[in-house]
Design a protein around this ligand. Structure first.
Ligand SMILES: Nc1ncnc2c1ncn2[C@@H]1O[C@H](COP(=O)(O)OP(=O)(O)OP(=O)(O)O)[C@@H](O)[C@H]1O
Length: 278
């Protein structure tokens, strides 16, 4: 897989990204044409109601699934075109991933400290101190434990430590604080922000407003499309490839009849509800 990206390139980007799941009972369109970029040095949070497509999107950004249509580039590689072997290498060496069921993100038969050594080794970082990595997620006292001896929240924090081990270029975590209390959620977000500050591109999904407030960039999904993008400076609606405009939820509330008058003037474009005086 070509790895021609430069330091200023997005770590991951997609255009018109579509994911359709097919089963005996029919098709589910989980993602309906998404365009976005994930940047190094920033924490991007993906939010949205249950079923809006967060896991489907993160699974693909983590190079664990291929698009049904559209383009997806991760760390310079075209995910739709890459061989299974190339994808496996990319994931192992350069992407830290925390699955939604975090127990699936740990190795059941290895002590916590040995798991960290193993993963850091894959990423060419054999000098990393596993004790530091465990301490960073508040698990310093669990180094010699097997996952079975850890609580659900501790397993989730171990999965985060493994995703961070060896400083991968891209870290993708699907609801990495879902099983944690506020204090431990803050510890995990601190660790993810530290990785971003060190240059990684970090993208996580979350339902937690407190975590959304800590994001450098907040992307909201609705019914498989991107509905808004909020940075520390502003909130923008999203126009898809066919020209449909997705308004941020707070703005949508201003259009109760779901109709909009578009006025084009010398100063720019104004959107108003038909009920509103022009
Ligand atoms: N493997 C699959 N096979 C069939 N349908 C699927 C599959 N995975 C997800 N879906 C469907 O795709 C849609 C999006 O699911 P996804 O898990 O991406 O949403 P989500 O926003 O992560 O939801 P949650 O917050 O509940 O985890 C849902 O309608 C879901 O039922």
């Amino acid at each position: 897989m070509p790895e021609a990206e430069s330091v200023t390139d997005p770590a991951a980007s997609c255009e018109d990204l579509v994911k359709v799941f097919r089963s005996a009972t029919g098709e589910t369109h989980a993602l309906r044409g998404i365009g976005l970029e994930v940047h190094p040095g920033a924490l991007t949070v993906v939010a949205g109601p249950s079923g809006s497509g967060k896991s489907s999107l993160l699974t693909m950004l983590g190079a664990r699934d291929r698009p049904s249509a559209g383009t997806l580039t991760v760390l310079g590689g075209d995910i739709g075109a890459a061989s299974t072997r190339d994808l496996r290498q990319l994931r192992r060496r350069r992407i830290g991933f925390v699955p939604q069921r975090s127990a699936l993100g740990v190795f059941p038969h290895l002590r916590a400290v040995d798991q960290l050594r193993q993963v850091a080794g894959w990423r060419g970082a054999r000098t990393d101190d596993p004790a530091d990595a465990l301490a960073a997620v508040g698990l310093g006292h669990r180094a010699d434990h097997l996952p079975l001896a850890l609580s659900g929240g501790e397993q989730q924090r171990l999965a985060v430590a493994l995703a961070l081990a060896g400083s991968p270029a891209l870290i993708v975590a699907d609801e990495p604080t879902a099983e944690l209390d506020h204090a431990n959620a803050d510890v995990v977000v601190d660790a993810l922000l530290a990785a971003a500050a060190a240059g990684a591109a970090v993208v996580i999904s979350s339902h937690d407003e407190r975590i959304m407030h800590r994001a450098d960039r907040l992307l909201r999904l609705r019914h498989g499309v991107l509905s808004s993008e909020t940075t520390r400076r502003d909130t923008t609606g999203v126009i898809d490839a066919t020209g449909r405009l997705q308004l941020p939820p707070a703005v949508l509330d201003l259009f109760p009849s779901r109709r909009v008058v578009v006025e084009i003037g010398a100063d720019g474009v104004r959107l108003r509800a038909p009920e509103e005086e022009s």
